[in-house]
Ligand binder design. Sequence first.
Ligand code: IPM
Ligand code: MN
Length: 372
Amino acid sequence: MKTLNKIAVLPGDGIGPEVMAQTIKILEAINDKYQHKLEFIKADIGSIAIKNTGKPLPQQTLDICKSSDAVLLGAIGDPAYDQKLDSNVRPEQGLLALRKELGLFSNIRPVKSHESLAHLSPLKEDRINNVDLVIFRELTGGIYFGEKGKDNDNSKAFDQCIYHRHEIERVARQAFQMAGSRKQKITLVDKANVLETSRLWRSVVNEISKEFPNITLDYLYIDNATMQMIMNPAQFDVILTSNMFGDILSDEASVIVGSIGLLPSASIGENHCLFEPVHGSYPEAAGMDKANPIATILSAAMMLEHFDLTQEANDIYGAVNRCITESILTEELKPRVYTSCSELGDIIYSLIYDNMIDFDTKKIHTSKSVII
Ligand code: IPM
Ligand code: MN
């Protein structure tokens, strides 16, 4: 197992820099507590990179990422580009190119419901009790990366969806391995009644499943899966799916936990790994110190876990869980104690650094400002 020393930090756009600042704060707490020497090297990506260099993924950023042990990413996206969808350069291209260049073929998005947040979900509480699922989204193939084109007169456009057997095999193996350490169940989500690529997915995943005889494999069409996700999400353990279906399903799954601001993700390839929140750049909140840093902080915990720093990761999970249970959170979660983005970072820092012993959350005032 590789060791974790150098971390490329790409704060990106919108609320990215704010949530990333809190995440670095938490990793500094881990550095101090465990005498680690995690190093952070910052670089631009997305809209800010276009502004500074003309490119959404500058070569220098790519080099830094390639020579680091892991990449931490904030968020990408700028509403200015939604006005000019025809533009040849877009911030999102930076993220897509980075995933491709680093070979990050598997995107892991865990979704776990919290009893104390159940009232915030638009879904009925009895539906979301005990949800604990992981979406495995293929990340470097499919319709996202197929050939695209458009006629000059705007009369026709196309996006090709191609999957190669090996692309399916490698993400499927990771998903089966994960299911082995969980509830031993995989659901392959596809559209095999219509799409040839989905039929290939079914036959390849079926073959791979023979290597994992203890794991139950079942199948759902994507249209049915989106319905099941809101009717009975607790039925799922590991969901395995293609790039675009995984993108859509994971946003849908975020309503289960009450806020997309809580969902982390890990993107894993053969030689590189990247960790980023599922949420976007939330430009309306940029610079206001009110965004939820938890998704990015939990992404950092997934990074530590990936490098077998289990105790360190558990410290972060424990501290975040405590804030959730005691309802000390950012405003979108309508908490008992409102915190700003940076105040929540400070509280999580203290919970980790003080070993959670001396910290009395009852002393935090239930006003809009936090006094410890
Ligand atoms: C995600 C995002 C990206 C995607 C965008 C920003 C390109 O929505 O990571 O889920 O579609 O993959
Ligand atoms: Mn998405």
